[in-house]
Every structure is written in C-alpha cells, then in structure tokens.
Design a protein around this ligand. Sequence first.
Ligand code: BMA
Length: 330
Amino acid sequence: MSKIIGETLAHIPWQEKPEGLNAPVWRYDQNPIIQRDATPNSNSIFNSAVIPFGEGFAGVFRCDSRSVSMDIFAGFSEDGINWSINEEPIVFQGDEEIIKREYRYDPRVCKIDDKYYITWCNGYHGPTIGIAYTYDFQTFHQLENAFLPYNRNGVLFPRKIGNHYAMLSRPSDTGHTPFGDIFYSESPDLTFWGKHRYVMGTINSDASAWQSKKIGPGPVPIETDQGWLLIYHGVINTCNGFVYRIGCALLDLEQPWKVKARSRNYILGPQTLYECVGDVPNVTFPCATLTDAATGRIAIYYGCADTVTGLAFTTVDELLSYMEKYPLEV
Ligand code: BMA
C-alpha cells in the first residue's frame, strides 16, 4: 500500500471500479459531467481544473465561446460533479502590460500555503505560461509570465522543493507543435524562473508509441510516499491527426527531474463517443485531480474531444501497480 501525502477529502466524487475491468482508470458512468453549452455563450467547455474550496469545490474552466475565443472562467460546485460556471471570464488585476489578453486556455489550479494559483497557456506574442493567484475565486491577481514564448502546459508543484517554487512545463512552438518534452524549472519568488532540467520526453519507438510525438504535464503532481505521481498527456501522430492519451510517471520527491517509474501503457485514452467525437476528435486531456489521502482515491478531470469535460477514477495503488506491471525503461 502506498500513501498520498496530503489532506483527506471525504466528499471526493467517487464510484467503485466496475467488476472485471482490466484497466487502472474507470470513467464516471454519467459522463460527460459538463456539457459544451453549460454557459449561455459557450461552444465547448473542456481542459479545466478543479480544487477543494470551502465546504465544496471551485474551478477554473476553459470555455471557448461561440465566436471561438478561448478564455478561462471561475466556477463552483458542492459535489465536484454539478458545476455552476460564471458567464463572464476571469478579470485579472495586475500590471497593465501583463493583464492584456490575447487568449487564455488549459488552466491548472494549485494551492500553495494560503493561495490558490492558476497557471494557463497565455497568449503574449505567442503562447507562454500565465500565472495568477486568488484567495476566493472572485479577485485574481496576475503575475509575470513564467517563460518566454513558446511554452504550453505550465503545472506548479503544490509545495516548495528545496526552498523554491517548482513547475513542470512543455516548451512548444507557434502552431500545433509536432514535438514536446517535459521540463522542470524553479523560482524563488514565482517571477524569476531558472534551473531548467529535462524530466522526460517522447518514446520514439514501438516500445510505447502512444507517446511518440509529444508529451506534456497534466494535473498538479500528487505527493505520495513513493514520489510525485505525475499524470500527463501523450500524443501519437496518425494518418487522421493527433490522438491524445493519458499516462503516468513517478518522479523523485526532492529532485523531480529524476524519473523513478513510467508506464509503458496509457492509463486512459479516447474510446467513448464523447472522447472520439467533437470539435477535435480523439482527445483525452487531463488538467486536474482531486485526491483523498485517507483512502488513496483519485478523481481525474479531463477534456474530451476539445468539447466537453469528463471525470474518471483511480487510486494511487492502481496507478503504481500498473506502472510496475507495464514498466517503461527509464
Ligand atoms: C493542444 C492544446 C489543447 C488541445 C489539444 C488537442 O495543443 O491546444 O488545448 O486539447 O491540442 O486539440
């Protein structure tokens, strides 16, 4: 038995694993939990992040509008399943040069001490990583962009590592990025980022072809007694375009650029109608988890076909033993 290091969350959304299922992750049986038109002006709501907040939950949602403009919106829920998402996007306070909006998408939310940090893909003369914080999901303070363009998928660690804030990210290009590895960076103050270390990259062989084109960090890493459990997305290029699946890895607790284990198999991929059919077919894209340290339960929130939001379940033991059963040489 391995342990999640963190808070208990007795009201984590949960369903038991269906009997006989031969996979480490199982879908909520009422998926998708957020439909594409859940707000009056939304074309699609996907690649979104949630976190325990007050007695319930809060989240930051990627809603593309019916003019297909990409922005991020706060939302609230009592049970983590039924969400009420604001009709207006988040308005940021901060330096006027930085809060100018080009586009915003694929948010993550991470609590560090008493603040909730939002990171997202932020248009600033090309995609880079925006960072902001809030105490209450009403007022949001935007900080400097973490990196120069081009970067997507900035994911903070939920505590300092060796006295520094830490982030995983995925350097990219101006377009749909036909490459991509995961890097680690540190900062003393969330403004100046350095000590950029390579964590892991694509597997350009038959050994694990689902992650042969690019990979990127997904939800905030989960601290366990074995290491940081990282859930990430992996992409293969096919004659019908990119297919996005979900995998996992275990990173060293104090030196997270060191990979201790990684799954050869994906843990979830597009199989249902809502994952295979939508504005961008065959995409499962995880951006958040909820975890319960008391039971080891993990609820995964993931975008489906760039259109709706899905929920799936696993446990820390399911993922660690799956990595052991189907290991990738690291
Ligand atoms: C990536 C990002 C994600 C999207 C994915 C599939 O490059 O734009 O937001 O889910 O492509 O379209």
